[in-house]
Ligand binder design. Structure first.
Ligand SMILES: Nc1ncnc2c1ncn2[C@@H]1O[C@H](COP(=O)(O)OP(=O)(O)O)[C@@H](O)[C@H]1O
Ligand SMILES: [Mg+2]
Length: 367
Protein backbone atom coordinates (compact mmCIF):
# COMPACT_ATOMS: atom_id res chain seq x y z
CA UNK A 1 0.00 0.00 0.00
CA UNK A 2 2.91 2.32 -0.59
CA UNK A 3 1.17 5.15 -2.44
CA UNK A 4 4.49 6.95 -2.77
CA UNK A 5 3.92 10.12 -0.81
CA UNK A 6 7.69 10.42 -0.88
CA UNK A 7 9.67 13.10 -2.59
CA UNK A 8 12.52 12.85 -5.06
CA UNK A 9 15.96 13.97 -3.92
CA UNK A 10 18.95 14.82 -6.09
CA UNK A 11 22.53 15.63 -5.20
CA UNK A 12 24.37 17.56 -7.92
CA UNK A 13 28.16 17.67 -7.72
CA UNK A 14 28.04 17.83 -3.92
CA UNK A 15 31.41 18.53 -2.24
CA UNK A 16 32.45 19.36 1.30
CA UNK A 17 35.95 20.50 2.19
CA UNK A 18 37.38 21.11 5.64
CA UNK A 19 40.47 23.23 4.94
CA UNK A 20 42.52 21.11 2.52
CA UNK A 21 40.68 17.92 3.41
CA UNK A 22 37.97 16.77 1.02
CA UNK A 23 35.31 14.89 3.02
CA UNK A 24 32.81 14.67 0.14
CA UNK A 25 34.08 14.82 -3.43
CA UNK A 26 31.73 15.72 -6.29
CA UNK A 27 28.88 13.34 -5.45
CA UNK A 28 25.91 13.25 -7.83
CA UNK A 29 23.03 10.97 -7.00
CA UNK A 30 19.29 10.68 -7.65
CA UNK A 31 16.91 9.22 -5.07
CA UNK A 32 13.49 8.36 -6.47
CA UNK A 33 10.12 9.10 -4.82
CA UNK A 34 9.44 6.53 -2.11
CA UNK A 35 12.79 4.84 -2.59
CA UNK A 36 14.87 3.31 0.21
CA UNK A 37 18.40 4.41 -0.58
CA UNK A 38 21.40 3.40 1.51
CA UNK A 39 24.72 5.22 1.60
CA UNK A 40 27.24 2.45 2.26
CA UNK A 41 30.94 2.87 2.87
CA UNK A 42 33.72 2.36 5.39
CA UNK A 43 34.16 4.66 8.37
CA UNK A 44 35.30 8.11 7.24
CA UNK A 45 34.01 7.76 3.67
CA UNK A 46 31.74 10.81 3.99
CA UNK A 47 28.35 9.20 4.68
CA UNK A 48 27.38 11.32 7.69
CA UNK A 49 28.63 14.49 6.02
CA UNK A 50 26.35 13.84 3.02
CA UNK A 51 23.37 13.11 5.30
CA UNK A 52 24.04 16.28 7.32
CA UNK A 53 24.23 18.28 4.09
CA UNK A 54 20.86 16.84 3.02
CA UNK A 55 19.43 17.75 6.44
CA UNK A 56 20.87 21.27 6.21
CA UNK A 57 23.28 21.05 9.15
CA UNK A 58 26.40 21.06 6.93
CA UNK A 59 26.78 23.73 4.23
CA UNK A 60 28.21 22.23 1.01
CA UNK A 61 31.44 23.75 -0.37
CA UNK A 62 30.14 23.07 -3.87
CA UNK A 63 27.12 21.62 -5.59
CA UNK A 64 23.40 21.60 -4.95
CA UNK A 65 20.67 19.60 -3.23
CA UNK A 66 17.30 19.40 -4.97
CA UNK A 67 13.94 18.24 -3.60
CA UNK A 68 11.46 17.46 -6.39
CA UNK A 69 13.65 19.53 -8.68
CA UNK A 70 13.67 22.57 -6.37
CA UNK A 71 17.05 23.80 -5.11
CA UNK A 72 16.95 23.62 -1.31
CA UNK A 73 20.70 24.17 -0.75
CA UNK A 74 20.24 27.57 0.95
CA UNK A 75 17.35 26.45 3.22
CA UNK A 76 18.01 26.09 6.96
CA UNK A 77 17.21 22.66 8.53
CA UNK A 78 13.88 23.74 10.06
CA UNK A 79 12.59 24.85 6.65
CA UNK A 80 13.43 21.44 5.18
CA UNK A 81 11.46 19.59 7.80
CA UNK A 82 13.08 16.20 7.31
CA UNK A 83 12.75 13.42 9.89
CA UNK A 84 16.03 12.20 11.38
CA UNK A 85 17.17 9.23 13.42
CA UNK A 86 20.74 8.84 14.56
CA UNK A 87 22.88 6.13 16.06
CA UNK A 88 21.96 5.72 19.73
CA UNK A 89 19.52 8.59 19.32
CA UNK A 90 18.66 9.84 22.80
CA UNK A 91 15.01 10.07 23.76
CA UNK A 92 14.07 12.64 26.39
CA UNK A 93 14.48 10.49 29.53
CA UNK A 94 11.92 12.34 31.67
CA UNK A 95 9.17 12.16 29.03
CA UNK A 96 6.93 9.18 28.37
CA UNK A 97 6.97 7.45 25.00
CA UNK A 98 3.85 9.39 23.92
CA UNK A 99 5.35 12.70 25.08
CA UNK A 100 8.57 11.98 23.21
CA UNK A 101 6.69 11.26 20.01
CA UNK A 102 4.45 14.32 20.50
CA UNK A 103 7.46 16.63 20.92
CA UNK A 104 7.96 17.59 17.24
CA UNK A 105 4.21 18.37 17.02
CA UNK A 106 4.30 20.56 20.14
CA UNK A 107 7.24 22.48 18.70
CA UNK A 108 5.10 23.06 15.60
CA UNK A 109 2.23 24.37 17.72
CA UNK A 110 -0.28 21.61 16.97
CA UNK A 111 -3.36 21.35 19.21
CA UNK A 112 -3.53 18.63 21.87
CA UNK A 113 -6.39 16.77 20.14
CA UNK A 114 -4.60 16.69 16.79
CA UNK A 115 -1.35 15.71 18.53
CA UNK A 116 -2.97 12.77 20.29
CA UNK A 117 -4.34 11.34 17.06
CA UNK A 118 -0.99 11.71 15.27
CA UNK A 119 0.95 10.17 18.15
CA UNK A 120 -1.40 7.19 18.23
CA UNK A 121 -0.93 6.73 14.49
CA UNK A 122 2.87 6.93 14.73
CA UNK A 123 3.02 4.48 17.65
CA UNK A 124 0.77 2.08 15.71
CA UNK A 125 3.21 2.29 12.81
CA UNK A 126 6.09 1.06 14.98
CA UNK A 127 3.80 -1.29 16.93
CA UNK A 128 4.33 0.35 20.30
CA UNK A 129 0.83 1.66 21.05
CA UNK A 130 0.73 -0.41 24.26
CA UNK A 131 3.89 1.33 25.54
CA UNK A 132 2.68 4.93 25.24
CA UNK A 133 2.85 5.68 28.98
CA UNK A 134 6.23 4.12 29.69
CA UNK A 135 9.47 6.00 30.21
CA UNK A 136 12.38 5.29 27.83
CA UNK A 137 14.35 3.49 30.55
CA UNK A 138 11.50 0.97 30.82
CA UNK A 139 12.07 -0.07 27.17
CA UNK A 140 14.62 -2.30 25.46
CA UNK A 141 17.19 -0.75 23.11
CA UNK A 142 15.23 -1.91 20.10
CA UNK A 143 11.98 -0.46 21.43
CA UNK A 144 13.72 2.86 22.15
CA UNK A 145 14.96 2.96 18.59
CA UNK A 146 11.40 2.34 17.37
CA UNK A 147 10.20 5.27 19.48
CA UNK A 148 12.89 7.40 17.83
CA UNK A 149 11.54 6.25 14.44
CA UNK A 150 7.97 7.14 15.46
CA UNK A 151 9.15 10.59 16.61
CA UNK A 152 10.90 11.13 13.26
CA UNK A 153 7.82 10.09 11.27
CA UNK A 154 5.05 11.71 13.34
CA UNK A 155 5.05 15.05 11.50
CA UNK A 156 4.85 13.41 8.04
CA UNK A 157 8.32 14.50 6.94
CA UNK A 158 9.11 14.79 3.25
CA UNK A 159 12.19 12.62 3.77
CA UNK A 160 13.44 10.34 6.52
CA UNK A 161 17.19 10.45 7.15
CA UNK A 162 18.73 7.60 9.15
CA UNK A 163 22.35 7.60 10.32
CA UNK A 164 23.32 4.10 11.45
CA UNK A 165 20.13 3.85 13.54
CA UNK A 166 20.65 0.16 14.31
CA UNK A 167 24.41 -0.02 14.83
CA UNK A 168 24.24 0.19 18.64
CA UNK A 169 22.02 -2.90 18.84
CA UNK A 170 23.18 -6.49 19.17
CA UNK A 171 23.17 -8.71 16.09
CA UNK A 172 19.87 -10.51 16.60
CA UNK A 173 17.94 -7.40 17.56
CA UNK A 174 19.49 -5.54 14.64
CA UNK A 175 18.26 -8.23 12.23
CA UNK A 176 14.73 -7.96 13.69
CA UNK A 177 14.68 -4.18 13.44
CA UNK A 178 16.00 -4.35 9.88
CA UNK A 179 12.92 -6.32 8.91
CA UNK A 180 10.71 -3.86 10.76
CA UNK A 181 12.38 -0.88 9.16
CA UNK A 182 11.79 -2.38 5.75
CA UNK A 183 8.13 -3.08 6.54
CA UNK A 184 7.78 0.42 7.97
CA UNK A 185 9.16 1.90 4.77
CA UNK A 186 6.56 -0.01 2.79
CA UNK A 187 3.76 1.10 5.11
CA UNK A 188 4.57 4.82 5.03
CA UNK A 189 5.60 5.01 1.36
CA UNK A 190 8.14 7.77 2.00
CA UNK A 191 11.63 8.36 0.72
CA UNK A 192 14.24 6.99 3.16
CA UNK A 193 17.96 7.77 3.03
CA UNK A 194 19.83 5.42 5.32
CA UNK A 195 23.51 5.38 6.26
CA UNK A 196 25.39 2.24 7.24
CA UNK A 197 28.78 0.58 7.09
CA UNK A 198 27.08 -2.83 7.38
CA UNK A 199 26.96 -4.50 3.95
CA UNK A 200 24.34 -7.08 4.92
CA UNK A 201 22.05 -4.38 6.24
CA UNK A 202 22.46 -2.44 3.00
CA UNK A 203 21.76 -5.51 0.86
CA UNK A 204 18.67 -6.60 2.77
CA UNK A 205 16.99 -3.19 3.26
CA UNK A 206 17.63 -1.08 0.23
CA UNK A 207 15.94 -0.49 -3.09
CA UNK A 208 19.25 1.02 -4.15
CA UNK A 209 22.70 1.35 -2.61
CA UNK A 210 25.27 4.08 -3.20
CA UNK A 211 28.80 2.96 -2.36
CA UNK A 212 31.22 5.59 -1.10
CA UNK A 213 34.96 5.52 -0.64
CA UNK A 214 37.17 8.47 0.34
CA UNK A 215 34.26 10.88 -0.17
CA UNK A 216 33.58 9.71 -3.71
CA UNK A 217 30.59 7.83 -5.07
CA UNK A 218 32.07 4.64 -6.52
CA UNK A 219 28.90 2.93 -7.78
CA UNK A 220 25.14 3.10 -7.25
CA UNK A 221 22.54 0.50 -8.13
CA UNK A 222 20.10 -2.13 -6.94
CA UNK A 223 21.62 -4.55 -4.39
CA UNK A 224 21.69 -7.52 -6.80
CA UNK A 225 23.16 -5.41 -9.57
CA UNK A 226 26.01 -4.17 -7.35
CA UNK A 227 26.70 -7.61 -5.96
CA UNK A 228 26.66 -9.36 -9.34
CA UNK A 229 28.25 -6.60 -11.40
CA UNK A 230 30.67 -4.66 -9.16
CA UNK A 231 32.43 -2.03 -11.21
CA UNK A 232 35.67 -1.89 -9.23
CA UNK A 233 37.83 -3.99 -6.95
CA UNK A 234 36.73 -1.89 -3.97
CA UNK A 235 33.01 -2.55 -4.59
CA UNK A 236 33.58 -6.30 -5.08
CA UNK A 237 35.61 -6.44 -1.88
CA UNK A 238 33.40 -4.23 0.28
CA UNK A 239 30.02 -5.64 -0.75
CA UNK A 240 30.55 -9.31 0.06
CA UNK A 241 33.81 -11.20 -0.31
CA UNK A 242 35.81 -11.80 -3.43
CA UNK A 243 38.86 -13.48 -4.89
CA UNK A 244 40.80 -11.45 -7.43
CA UNK A 245 42.53 -13.06 -10.40
CA UNK A 246 44.81 -11.02 -12.63
CA UNK A 247 46.03 -11.84 -16.11
CA UNK A 248 46.14 -11.08 -19.81
CA UNK A 249 43.13 -11.12 -22.13
CA UNK A 250 43.40 -13.73 -24.93
CA UNK A 251 40.91 -14.70 -27.63
CA UNK A 252 38.82 -11.59 -26.93
CA UNK A 253 35.32 -11.85 -28.42
CA UNK A 254 31.98 -10.10 -27.70
CA UNK A 255 30.77 -12.99 -25.55
CA UNK A 256 33.90 -13.53 -23.51
CA UNK A 257 37.62 -14.25 -23.45
CA UNK A 258 40.30 -16.37 -21.84
CA UNK A 259 42.32 -14.93 -19.00
CA UNK A 260 45.94 -16.05 -19.17
CA UNK A 261 47.27 -16.04 -15.62
CA UNK A 262 50.73 -17.62 -15.54
CA UNK A 263 50.31 -21.25 -16.61
CA UNK A 264 46.54 -21.11 -16.15
CA UNK A 265 43.98 -20.20 -18.79
CA UNK A 266 40.55 -19.32 -17.48
CA UNK A 267 37.34 -19.20 -19.48
CA UNK A 268 35.32 -16.03 -18.91
CA UNK A 269 31.84 -15.51 -20.32
CA UNK A 270 30.58 -11.91 -20.35
CA UNK A 271 26.95 -11.01 -19.68
CA UNK A 272 24.80 -9.89 -22.63
CA UNK A 273 25.61 -6.37 -23.68
CA UNK A 274 28.93 -6.17 -21.82
CA UNK A 275 31.67 -4.37 -23.71
CA UNK A 276 34.32 -6.78 -25.08
CA UNK A 277 37.83 -6.46 -23.63
CA UNK A 278 40.88 -5.56 -25.72
CA UNK A 279 43.08 -8.46 -26.85
CA UNK A 280 46.33 -8.54 -24.88
CA UNK A 281 45.14 -6.07 -22.20
CA UNK A 282 45.53 -6.71 -18.46
CA UNK A 283 42.34 -7.72 -16.71
CA UNK A 284 41.28 -8.25 -13.14
CA UNK A 285 38.52 -10.75 -12.34
CA UNK A 286 36.33 -10.86 -9.26
CA UNK A 287 35.32 -14.40 -8.29
CA UNK A 288 32.90 -14.79 -5.37
CA UNK A 289 33.84 -17.59 -2.93
CA UNK A 290 30.30 -19.04 -3.04
CA UNK A 291 30.47 -19.48 -6.82
CA UNK A 292 33.27 -22.02 -6.44
CA UNK A 293 32.47 -25.70 -6.04
CA UNK A 294 34.59 -28.46 -4.61
CA UNK A 295 34.76 -31.06 -7.38
CA UNK A 296 34.35 -34.72 -6.57
CA UNK A 297 36.36 -37.27 -8.48
CA UNK A 298 35.27 -37.36 -12.13
CA UNK A 299 33.39 -34.01 -11.92
CA UNK A 300 34.10 -31.51 -14.67
CA UNK A 301 33.84 -27.70 -14.72
CA UNK A 302 34.62 -24.96 -17.23
CA UNK A 303 37.41 -23.79 -14.92
CA UNK A 304 39.36 -26.08 -12.62
CA UNK A 305 42.12 -25.21 -10.14
CA UNK A 306 43.95 -27.89 -8.21
CA UNK A 307 45.47 -27.21 -4.84
CA UNK A 308 45.65 -28.04 -1.16
CA UNK A 309 43.55 -26.83 1.74
CA UNK A 310 45.56 -24.29 3.74
CA UNK A 311 42.89 -23.64 6.34
CA UNK A 312 39.19 -24.10 6.83
CA UNK A 313 36.49 -22.89 9.15
CA UNK A 314 33.15 -24.47 9.91
CA UNK A 315 30.45 -21.79 9.86
CA UNK A 316 27.36 -23.84 10.63
CA UNK A 317 25.62 -23.36 7.30
CA UNK A 318 28.84 -24.09 5.45
CA UNK A 319 32.60 -24.27 5.30
CA UNK A 320 34.99 -21.51 4.41
CA UNK A 321 38.16 -22.82 2.77
CA UNK A 322 41.49 -21.23 1.91
CA UNK A 323 43.12 -23.24 -0.83
CA UNK A 324 46.71 -22.84 -2.09
CA UNK A 325 46.34 -23.50 -5.82
CA UNK A 326 49.09 -24.54 -8.22
CA UNK A 327 48.73 -21.65 -10.62
CA UNK A 328 46.38 -19.04 -9.16
CA UNK A 329 47.72 -18.39 -5.67
CA UNK A 330 45.40 -18.55 -2.71
CA UNK A 331 41.68 -18.90 -3.40
CA UNK A 332 38.84 -18.68 -0.90
CA UNK A 333 35.77 -20.82 -1.37
CA UNK A 334 32.63 -21.19 0.72
CA UNK A 335 30.71 -24.42 0.49
CA UNK A 336 27.29 -25.36 1.80
CA UNK A 337 28.06 -27.95 4.47
CA UNK A 338 25.14 -30.19 3.51
CA UNK A 339 26.47 -30.91 0.06
CA UNK A 340 30.21 -30.86 0.65
CA UNK A 341 31.65 -34.01 -0.97
CA UNK A 342 34.44 -34.21 1.62
CA UNK A 343 35.18 -33.35 5.21
CA UNK A 344 37.83 -30.63 4.88
CA UNK A 345 41.18 -31.18 6.56
CA UNK A 346 44.37 -29.16 6.34
CA UNK A 347 46.71 -30.23 3.54
CA UNK A 348 44.03 -32.21 1.71
CA UNK A 349 44.40 -32.07 -2.10
CA UNK A 350 41.27 -30.63 -3.69
CA UNK A 351 39.96 -29.54 -7.09
CA UNK A 352 38.02 -26.30 -7.24
CA UNK A 353 35.67 -25.65 -10.14
CA UNK A 354 33.65 -22.71 -11.38
CA UNK A 355 31.69 -21.82 -14.48
CA UNK A 356 32.78 -19.30 -17.10
CA UNK A 357 30.18 -16.76 -15.95
CA UNK A 358 31.14 -16.98 -12.26
CA UNK A 359 34.01 -14.49 -12.55
CA UNK A 360 33.52 -10.94 -13.79
CA UNK A 361 36.04 -8.30 -14.87
CA UNK A 362 36.41 -5.33 -12.48
CA UNK A 363 38.47 -2.15 -12.70
CA UNK A 364 41.21 -1.16 -10.32
CA UNK A 365 40.06 1.79 -8.22
CA UNK A 366 41.46 5.19 -9.02
CA UNK A 367 44.08 6.17 -6.45
N1 LIG B 1 33.72 19.15 11.10
C1 LIG B 1 34.72 18.46 10.53
N2 LIG B 1 35.96 18.98 10.46
C2 LIG B 1 36.98 18.32 9.88
N3 LIG B 1 36.86 17.08 9.33
C3 LIG B 1 35.65 16.50 9.39
C4 LIG B 1 34.51 17.15 9.99
N4 LIG B 1 33.45 16.31 9.86
C5 LIG B 1 33.90 15.21 9.24
N5 LIG B 1 35.22 15.31 8.95
C6 LIG B 1 36.03 14.29 8.27
O1 LIG B 1 35.41 13.95 7.05
C7 LIG B 1 35.53 12.57 6.79
C8 LIG B 1 34.18 11.96 6.57
O2 LIG B 1 33.48 11.95 7.79
P1 LIG B 1 32.03 11.33 7.96
O3 LIG B 1 31.13 11.95 6.95
O4 LIG B 1 31.65 11.46 9.38
O5 LIG B 1 32.31 9.80 7.57
P2 LIG B 1 31.42 8.49 7.82
O6 LIG B 1 30.08 8.92 8.31
O7 LIG B 1 31.39 7.83 6.48
O8 LIG B 1 32.17 7.66 8.81
C9 LIG B 1 36.28 11.97 7.96
O9 LIG B 1 37.64 11.83 7.63
C10 LIG B 1 36.08 13.01 9.05
O10 LIG B 1 37.17 13.00 9.95
MG1 LIG C 1 29.08 8.43 10.11
Amino acid sequence: MSDTKGHALALRGLSKRYGDFVAVNDVSLEVGKGEFLTLLGPSGSGKTTILMAIAGFVAPSDGAILLDGRDITPLPPEKRDFGMVFQGYALFPHMTVAENVAFPLRVRGMSKADRDAKVRGALDLVQLAAFADRLPKQLSGGQQQRVALARALVFDPALLLLDEPLSALDKKLRAELQEELKALHQRVGRTFVNVTHDQEEALSLSDRIAILNHGRLVQAGAPGELYERPRTRFVADFLGKSNFLEGTVRGAAPGGFALEAGAARLAVRLPDGAAPLAEGSRSLLSLRPEKIALLAEGDAAENVAEGRILAFAYLGAGFSLRVATEHLGEIRATLPAWKSPIAPTEGLPVRLGWSADAAAPVEEDAA
